[in-house]
Design a protein around this ligand. Structure first.
Ligand code: UD1
Length: 418
């Protein structure tokens, strides 16, 4: 086991190269299952989650080569369409293989993901969508068994614009017979990139980037090469760090993916400059307390809510941070309070009363973004903070301690005995 040890309260200054987006590359890796050939993916972040997905693809029969942020997936043979509990339990995004496997193999057995630190997280939209495309779905021994000789296009309307369900149904529908229409589809940049990737492979998709996507099924797809978009959540995390602690330039971003975060940070008092694909953030005279409510894209991402609360914990005044996507996603709050923050949770809102300073302590990661919020809080706190259970942070942030250390943070990874 490892932990991060942070000596806080040091100014940050310098540049950070942003990695490829975890949430974009995972569905792209699953989409490689749709084609009998070699998919090449560039700018793949070396994360626990990308390695887990690579392992899963290999179990399904594909060959995967991953080095220097480049991945090659040879899916000539996909002959074992089974995603076992151990992998799906480790990473819910494993569920992304369901749609492509049914489309390619006519059958898939994928373990049903359980709940997680943020509450129940059901997959009913994925399953109802596949049923609409003609798949027969059964639950046996905790596994979803989905079968369809040939999927057939249909109209699917999601009650909520789910990112995962939109991706799964897209990947199933591209090889279905006839037209599929997804209403109330997700339009997150990661879904847009998945659509564009599928189109480059020969899929016929209309309405990309809107809430109504139409897919005209094709018989086969061609292998392609793609570069993953920059990780907007990593960008947002570093922007928040800069707004608290100094002046940071984030290189190779797509600023339009962060419009709302940038607006909110300006309200906080930070100075933000955009130069093509680079964003520079500088701490203002004081940190104003700013309320926010998470929303689907282009709204403020739920994946940045925990980091925002860390910033608000040292703001002047009180703020209310509401999560409309995951109502229970506040496991970072008791840990932030261990550092001296003054936060209470009521329903799906956190009431954050800004304190003068945070004081270092031992804290524990509970999920990927909660861990990032604890690292930020540790960097802001006086004294030493130990962030434990950092396997979560390694799922979603590539070399986070090296990136912060290069900005002048005093942060190191330390091995500990169990
Ligand atoms: C993805 C992201 C995750 C992010 C989330 C919301 C990946 C790998 N993960 O997760 O980091 O926090 O989007 O932006 O990209 N829902 C249902 N039934 C379903 C599916 C979803 O009720 O079948 C609900 C969820 O409980 C949640 C909401 O819909 O309240 C949004 O979830 P969804 O967009 O599906 O999130 P994920 O794709 O799991």
């Amino acid at each position: 086991m490892e932990k991060l040890v942070i000596e806080g309260n040091h100014q940050l200054k310098g540049e950070v190269q942003i990695s490829g987006a975890k949430n974009a590359v995972l569905p792209i890796m699953a989409a490689a299952l749709l084609v009998e050939g070699e998919t090449k993916i560039n700018r793949v972040p070396n994360l626990r989650d990308t390695r887990t997905m690579a392992k899963l693809l290999e179990m399904l029969g594909a060959k995967v080569h991953f080095s220097n942020n480049k991945m090659m997936i040879d899916a000539m043979k996909v002959d074992n369409p089974v995603a076992p509990y151990d992998l799906v339990n480790k990473m819910r995004a494993s569920f992304y293989v369901l749609g492509p496997l049914v489309a390619r193999c006519g059958k898939a057995i994928v373990s049903l993901p359980g709940g997680c630190a943020w509450g129940p997280r059901p997959v009913d939209y994925h399953l109802k969508g596949l049923e609409k495309l003609g798949a027969k779905i059964e639950l046996e021994g905790g596994d979803i068994i989905a079968k369809a000789k040939k999927l057939v296009g249909n109209k699917i309307r999601f009650d909520f614009p789910s990112v995962g369900a939109t991706g799964n149904i897209l990947m199933a529908a591209v090889l279905a017979r006839g037209e599929t229409k997804i209403e109330n589809a997700a339009k997150e940049p990661e879904i847009v990139q998945l659509c564009e990737f599928l189109v480059s492979m020969g899929a016929k998709i209309g309405g990309i980037g809107t809430t109504e996507i139409t897919i005209e099924g094709v018989n086969e797809l061609m292998p392609q090469e793609i570069s993953v978009i920059p990780d907007r959540i990593e960008v947002g995390t570093f922007l928040i760090a800069g707004a608290a602690l100094g002046k940071i330039t984030l290189k190779n971003t797509i600023p339009e993916h962060l419009s709302v975060v940038i607006e909110k940070l300006i309200e906080v008092g930070a100075d933000i400059k955009i130069d093509k694909n680079d964003i520079t953030v500088k701490r203002g005279k004081k940190i104003n307390a700013v309320d926010l409510t998470t929303a689907v894209f282009p709204g403020f991402a739920t994946d940045l809510q925990a980091q925002w609360i860390a910033l608000m914990s040292i703001a002047t005044g009180s703020s209310i941070v509401t999560d409309t996507i995951y109502h229970d996603r506040f496991s970072h709050v008791p840990e932030l309070n261990r550092l001296g923050a003054n936060i209470t949770v009521e329903g799906n809102s956190a009431i954050v009363r800004g304190v003068k300073e945070l004081i270092g302590a031992k804290v524990r990661s509970t999920d990927i973004r909660a861990s990032a919020s604890l690292v930020l809080a540790g960097l802001m706190a006086k004294g030493v903070t130990e962030v434990n259970h950092i396997h979560y942070i390694d799922r979603g942030y590539e070399q986070i301690e090296n990136k912060f250390a290069s900005l002048g943070a005093k942060i190191k990874r330390v091995s500990i005995d169990d």
